[in-house]
Structures are given as C-alpha cells and as structure tokens.
Write a protein that binds this ligand. Structure first.
Ligand SMILES: *Cc1c(COP(=O)(O)O)cnc(C)c1O
Length: 241
C-alpha cells in the first residue's frame, strides 16, 4: 500500500474518532486533501484511495496540475484556498469548483463576472475567510465585517455562498485551538441564523476549518470541512508554505 493511501486511511480514522467524540456524524465532515507543492502523481495516488476533493494555494501551480489531470476532471473537485490577488481571479473562476479565501468584495465581484463567462460550469462555491487570531500576518476579516461581505456576495449571480473559512494561528494547546475555532463557529452560526430564509443564503452550510495539527479541535467545534495537507502528503520542502 502506498504511503499516501496509508496516510489517508489514518486521517479518515482521526476524523471518525473526533466526530464520534463530539457526537457528530463523520459523514458531516468533508476531507479536503491539500496538495500544494506536491505533483499530479501524488494527487492520482490519493484518488486511488478514494479522495476526490483537493485544495491548492498557488494559482499557477494548481492550474498546471488541473490541466495535467484533465482526463480525471469530472471526478475531481478543486478548491482554491490560498491568498487571492485580483489579477489571478480569472484563472480561479475558470478552473476551480470552490474558493475558500475571499476577504474583499472586489475579489468576489471579479470572480462572479468571470465565472459568468463559463455558463456550463455553474456557480463558483465560495467561503469568505475571517480572522480570529489577533495576528496581522494572516489575511482575513474580523467577524463583524464578515456579515456585511456575505450580504453583498449573496447578491452576486455566479457565486454560491457556502460559508466561512479560517486559519487560526498554530498553537500546540488544544484548549487554545478550540477557543479560536469556537469563535469562528459563533460567527458562522450568527450569520446563518440571521439569514436562514434570505435569498443567496440557501447553501450557507460550510465551516472550513482544521488542518493536520488541529483537526480534532476543529471537529469538536463544528467544522464541516477540514483541509489536511501534511498528514496526507507528508512534509513540504519549501518554507512558508
Ligand atoms: C497548507 C494549508 C493547509 C494544510 O495544512 P497542513 O498543516 O499541511 O495540513 C490548510 N489550509 C490552508 C489554507 C493551507 O494553506
């Protein structure tokens, strides 16, 4: 059995145990395999282990792999999870199924207009990224700015507002991890409750949080999509990725 297959089995077991501990159904938590810096061949290996949703951070690198794996495109779901500059929105609108990292209306407007040029693709699934750690290095909105952005995005035609994404500052202490994820959940639930019956919020169901080192805490706090890289593909070579 390949290392990647082994790792996926291990991560799925962690997901299930964490779900059971939180009295949740494992099926309610999706596993996104973060394949940044790893080659198309690694993604194919993960596919053989039944993994179909993949996350990428860098537009250029991602599009190369998406093109290399074009034959498998119907079975794959591509998620853009990295910082997004306005000069890269077109490629995201053209190649991806989801984007998790939108923190400005201008970016959302561009994505909507550009997605509209590909009517066969349907709406681009979108999470806004919020910031819950008092740390300037990570992009993202404050919870109070989040609702305003969601309301504006809900009106855009070629986007499907799905929920909220966050990357809390890494911390080895599980209680600290849970506190940060709890704040994200609170923000998510407040917006969800308030707009339950509003147009544009029909699919607002996604709480994208939790990575290799904090997925259990994220699941305990209600995550519906964990984004796991290292625990599946191994350590990345480059620094700051
Ligand atoms: C790299 C990355 C991940 C995966 O992180 P690991 O610690 O390798 O699991 C998840 N989410 C985002 C936004 C990332 O950039």
């Amino acid at each position: 059995m390949s290392q990647i297959t082994n790792n996926i089995i291990g991560v799925r077991q962690r997901l299930e145990l964490a779900a059971l501990a939180a009295h949740r159904e494992p099926e309610d938590i999706q596993l996104l395999a973060v394949s940044k810096t790893f080659p198309a061949r690694a993604i194919e290996e993960a596919m053989h282990a039944g993994q179909t949703a993949f996350g990428e951070n860098y537009v250029q690198e991602a599009v190369e792999k998406i093109v290399q794996l074009a034959k498998l495109r119907p079975w794959l779901e591509w998620h853009f999870i990295g910082p997004l500059q306005s000069n890269k929105t077109r490629e995201v609108a053209e190649h991806f199924d989801w984007v998790h990292s939108v923190d400005r209306l201008k970016i959302a407007e561009r994505l909507s207009a550009q997605r509209g040029e590909f009517p066969d693709l349907g709406g681009l699934q979108l999470c806004i990224q919020i910031n819950v750690s008092e740390e300037d290095s990570k992009s993202g909105l404050s919870p109070s700015q989040a609702e305003e952005l969601c309301n504006a995005i809900a009106k855009l035609p070629h986007l499907i507002l799905r929920g909220i994404m966050a990357i809390p500052a890494p911390n080895p202490d599980v209680e600290t991890q849970r506190k940060a994820f709890g704040l994200v959940r609170e923000c998510f639930l407040q917006i969800q409750m308030k707009h339950l019956h509003d147009v544009g919020y029909e699919f607002f169901d996604t709480l994208s949080m939790g990575m290799s080192d904090d997925m259990e805490a994220a699941i305990a706090e209600g995550s519906t999509m964990i984004r796991v890289g290292t625990a599946i593909f191994g350590k990345r070579d480059k620094i700051n990725v």
